[in-house]
Structure formats: C-alpha cells, structure tokens
Design a protein around this ligand. Structure first.
Ligand code: HEM
Length: 533
C-alpha cells in the first residue's frame, strides 16, 4: 500500500489537532481551570482593607478554627490590604499543600521589618528565590539530624544538670534558669563558646535579642511588611506615627542583633583557626571545613557571612522555643500530679533507687531515653497540647494552585493552624485534656491516637532543629523530675493555687508567668547534681 501526499496532509492535520487538544487540556487543567475555580470560603471582607479589621490581632488561631467550623471547611481565604492569605485548619490540608506540593509552598512572604533588624541572612526569613536558601537549609538540616545531634548530648546534659542545680539553690528563679539553659545550649552548639556558670554575658546578649525580636510583633504583619518602601522613612518622622513604631524599634535593635552574630563568633574564631577548639559546634564543623578548603585552594560554597547567619539562626530559632516548650511541660506536670508521679516512677525504675530514700541513685543520661516511653509521650503531648507557634511561620505559594475545588492564588501567604489541628476531634478524644497515654497503641491497651503533626511545621520549611530541641527537652525534664517535685503553690489556708492558664500572643505562645514550687525529692539531690564540684 502506498502513502499519498493527501494521507500525509490528513496525518499532519490529525497530529496537529491532537497536539492542540493536549495543550488546551494541559492549560485548562493547570491554569485556566484553576483560575475559574472559586476562592476558599471566607467571611465577607471590606473594600480595600479586606479582612484586615476582622482577623483578631490576639490569638487568631481560635477564630480561624471557629470560622472553619462555621463554613464547614478546612481551608479559609482572606485578603489583607490586597495580599491573599490562606489558613489551613487540618492536617490533611497541610499535608497536601505544604508537603505533597511542597515545591509550590516552600517560599516565605518577605519579612521586611526583620530585614531592617538585621535578620537578613537567617534561614527562617529567607525567600525560596534567594540563592542562599538551599545552602542554608542544607547546612542546618544536615547539622541536626538525629545522628548529627549525638555529639551535642554532653553539652545538653552538662547544661541541664547545671540548670537543675541552680534551681535547687534558687527555686524561685526556675523560669529564668531554664531560659538560661535553653539559650546556653544553642549558643554553645551554634557558636562553640564556653558559657560561664552565672550571668554569662553571651547568654544575656542572646536573651536580650530574643526579647527585642519578639517585640517586633508577628512576622510579616507590620505596615512596613505590607508597604516595603516605608522602610526608608527617616526615624524622626517614623517616631511620630504609631504604625511606624515597629520600624523605629527595628532600627534601634539592629546593633544588638549584629553584636549577637559577631561577638560569640569573634570569641571562638581564633581557636578554630589555631586548631585548638575542641568543643563540638556548628562553627567548628563548618568554619573548620571552610579553612581546610581555603588551605587546599578548593572553593567554598558558604561565605563567612553565611556561616555567621546560620549560627545566628540556631540561636534565635532554638533558644526561646525550647524554653517555652519546657515551661508548657512543667505547667502540665504541676497541674497533673498523677502524671508527674508516673513519670518519676518510670525514671526511678530505670535509674535504680536508694533503699533508704526510695529515690534515684544516679542522674538520667541519653542512654536511658529509649527506656522512658511515658516521658517520651509527655513530651509529645506537650507539643500537641499547646503548639508553640499556633499558626506556624507563614509559607507562601509560588504558583496558582487548587485544593478541594478551591483556587489558591500565587503569592498567597499560607498559615498552618497547628492549634486547630491539635484540637481536631476526629483524631483526639477530649483534646483539651493533657493525656500522654493517648498515643499508646491500641494493641498495648491505649487509644492509639495520632502523633502530633504541625508543632514543628511542614514540608520543605519544617523545623530543622526539632531533634535537637526534643533532645534538650528530654534531658532537662528527666533531670528535673529525677531530682525534684513540681507542685502548685498553696494559699494561706493550704488550698492549691491553680494558675489560670493563658498564653502570650505572637509567633510563639508561651504560658503567661505562673508560680510553681520546686522541692528536692531527697537530701541526696545536691550530691547527685555535684553541687560542690
Ligand atoms: C521545641 C522547640 C522548637 C519548636 C516548637 C520549633 C518550631 C518551629 C516551627 C513551627 C518552624 C516553622 C516551620 C515551617 O515553616 O513550616 C520552625 C522553623 C525553624 N526552626 Fe524550629 N522549633 C524549635 C526548636 C528549634 C531549634 C533548637 C533550632 C536550632 C537548630 C530550630 C531552628 C529552626 C530554623 C532554622 C527554622 C527555619 C526553617 C526554614 O525556614 O526553612 N528550631 N521551628
């Protein structure tokens, strides 16, 4: 059979048609179809301002959860001063949009105010498009895998014992001492500095910076973040307008943030260059590699500014967060004496007890952790019961997307409402209750409820420090419970004074200050903690 030119023409026309239909189908599926979809449900907004005045400035996570129920949806849409915003109220929505389609949601909105403060080269605030993002993500992720965290265990153990020893001497100061613990750990691990026993200047510097940063308000939410050109307004003018006060604050705090990057670095760098530094740290590993490459004429991907920025990220992202989680744990141990007693009984059994006092004969170490499943569940329940960052650190989308038939415009700021996820009654029976047993497998007589997802974020921006944080938390709580009892204070008539539980607002929800009575479990505690050393 011969093929004529007419057949060729038909073949070409048919192929052209198939190609055109394929292109149209593709465009329809990926672009046009999405752009025809409705936006996710939202309460009606106002012209220009959009939902600006409707979104509560204090604890928006509660209102987002209520709106989710009202509109029967796990995804909400808002527009604030022209910027699209999406809130995800379920683990399924977060898994789908932030994990499965993570490549599209790994961006962050621009944090202009934090840039003014000097947090420009900090992973948390780096945009996806920044050439530094992938480098910093890799540097930090590889440095804190479960295996990479092991060399830091001695530092965490030493600091936990030092902190509990100090609490024994000065129990009223327990909150401050735990804060010093968390900050000292990240400073030592990040920058490799040695921390003094009392009132360490670097620890004070880091705490001052944490506070200054916290006062910068919710990231990406100031007027300067919405209108970046305002960052150039002179301070004398900005001082006159309340809305611009965060800008004035950012400029004032910039030197202290710069100092936190420079001073600990300057203190350790010479010993690393001289080859005499021995304490494991992020900069010992990475500056060490940098210097070896330099000596052998090999190129370095990371600059000194990158390494300083990454070490600074460890200290700003890791100190306050670990401290706040410890406080939430202590609050619940104090409010639930039975849970506390069970955790102590578990510790006593693993550590071995003194016949006379019935209390542990030694302090916990990391080797004990696998044999303390109840304590592990207490830590999990702590992160579920009060996710530290209730609406997470915002992600941003790079392209148009869709979910459950709703359109998500490109450039949307995406909040994962970890608080709503922790209260999802499909997964958690009585979610307000602090119940470490909820995670015990059904086959072991437990409820087999889902492990918390969300307290450390999602997808390509998930917290790279989570294993380090949980390790620090483990050793601090285990050391505290092995040696001390945590109790509610009593009023004049001997009644328990239970604190009213409330949380600070903003990026991290720390419980508002409360009183707590910490007493040694036995007369031997000081000896165990080696107080006389
Ligand atoms: C209990 C303590 C901690 C909690 C609850 C916590 C929680 C979080 C959350 C919710 C995020 C945002 C994730 C997302 O955007 O999806 C985050 C990011 C981050 N965390 Fe943590 N964190 C803790 C401790 C630490 C520690 C000890 C470090 C030190 C290495 C650290 C370093 C970071 C960094 C660098 C980011 C930014 C990641 C990025 O933007 O790619 N965190 N953390």
């Amino acid at each position: 059979m011969t093929v004529t030119s007419v057949d060729y023409t038909h073949l070409a026309t048919a192929s052209g048609l198939v190609l055109a239909v394929t292109i149209v189908y593709y465009l329809h599926r990926h672009y046009w179809a999405d752009s025809c979809l409705p936006l996710p449900p939202s309460p009606p907004g106002e012209p220009i301002l959009g939902h600006l005045r409707m979104i509560p400035t204090v604890h928006p996570e509660y209102q987002y959860a209520k709106w989710g129920q009202q509109y029967d949806t796990d995804i909400l849409y808002f527009k604030v001063l022209g910027r699209p915003m999406v809130v995800l109220n379920s683990v399924e929505a977060a898994r789908e949009l932030l994990e499965k389609r993570g490549a599209n949601s790994a961006d962050r909105p621009r944090f202009v105010l934090f840039e003014v403060m000097g947090w420009g080269i900090t992973l948390t605030f780096l945009r996806w498009s920044s050439p530094r993002f992938k480098l910093h993500r890799r540097l930090l992720q590889q440095s804190f895998t479960p295996t990479a965290c092991k060399p830091y265990r001695d530092i965490q153990t030493e600091e936990a014992r030092r902190a509990v020893g100090a609490i024994l001497r000065n129990p009223h100061n327990w909150e401050v001492l735990l804060r010093q613990f968390s900050t000292a750990v990240v400073l030592r691990i990040g920058f490799g500095i040695s921390v003094q026993q009392y009132d360490d200047p670097y620890v004070k510097m880091a705490i001052d910076v944490e506070e200054a940063t916290g006062k910068g308000g919710v990231p990406a939410a100031s007027v300067v973040d919405f209108f970046p050109l305002l960052r150039y307004i002179p301070t004398v003018v900005a001082e006159r307008f309340r809305l611009l006060h965060p800008l004035v604050h950012a400029r004032r705090t910039k030197p202290s943030i710069q100092q936190l990057h420079d001073a600990p670095w300057d203190a350790t760098e010479p010993s690393i260059r001289a080859g005499t530094a021995s304490q494991p740290s992020f900069i010992l590993t990475h500056l060490g590699q940098y210097l070896r490459n330099q000596a052998q004429g090999r190129p370095n991907e990371a600059s000194i500014a990158d390494l300083k920025g990454a070490a600074g990220a460890i200290s700003i992202a890791g100190g306050n967060t670990t401290w706040s989680t410890l406080i939430i744990c202590i609050l619940n141990l104090m409010l639930n004496p039975k849970i506390q007693a069970r955790a102590q009984a578990e510790l006593d059994q693993v550590l071995g007890t003194d016949d006379e006092t019935g209390h542990p004969t030694r302090l916990p170490t990391f080797d004990d952790r696998p044999r303390l499943p109840y304590l592990e569940n207490i830590m999990r329940e702590t992160t579920r019961w009060a996710p530290l960052s209730p609406v997470g650190v915002p992600h941003a989308t790079l392209q148009d997307d869709s979910y459950k038939g709703y359109r998500i415009p490109r450039g949307s700021v995406v909040y994962a409402n970890a608080w709503a996820m922790s209260r999802d009654t499909r997964y958690y029976s009585s979610p307000e209750e602090f119940d470490p047993d909820r995670f015990v497998a059904v086959s072991d007589g437990g409820k087999g409820e889902a492990l918390p997802e969300g307290p450390f974020g999602f997808g390509r921006r998930i917290c790279p420090g989570q294993h380090l944080a949980l390790a620090g938390m483990y050793i601090a709580i285990a050391t505290l419970l092995a040696t001390m009892d945590v109790k509610c204070p009593l009023d004049e008539d001997g009644n328990l004074l239970k604190p009213r539980v409330s949380f600070t607002n903003g990026l991290s929800g720390v419980p508002d200050g409360f009183e707590c009575v910490l007493t040694p479990r036995s007369g031997r505690v000081g000896e165990l903690l080696d107080l006389d050393k």
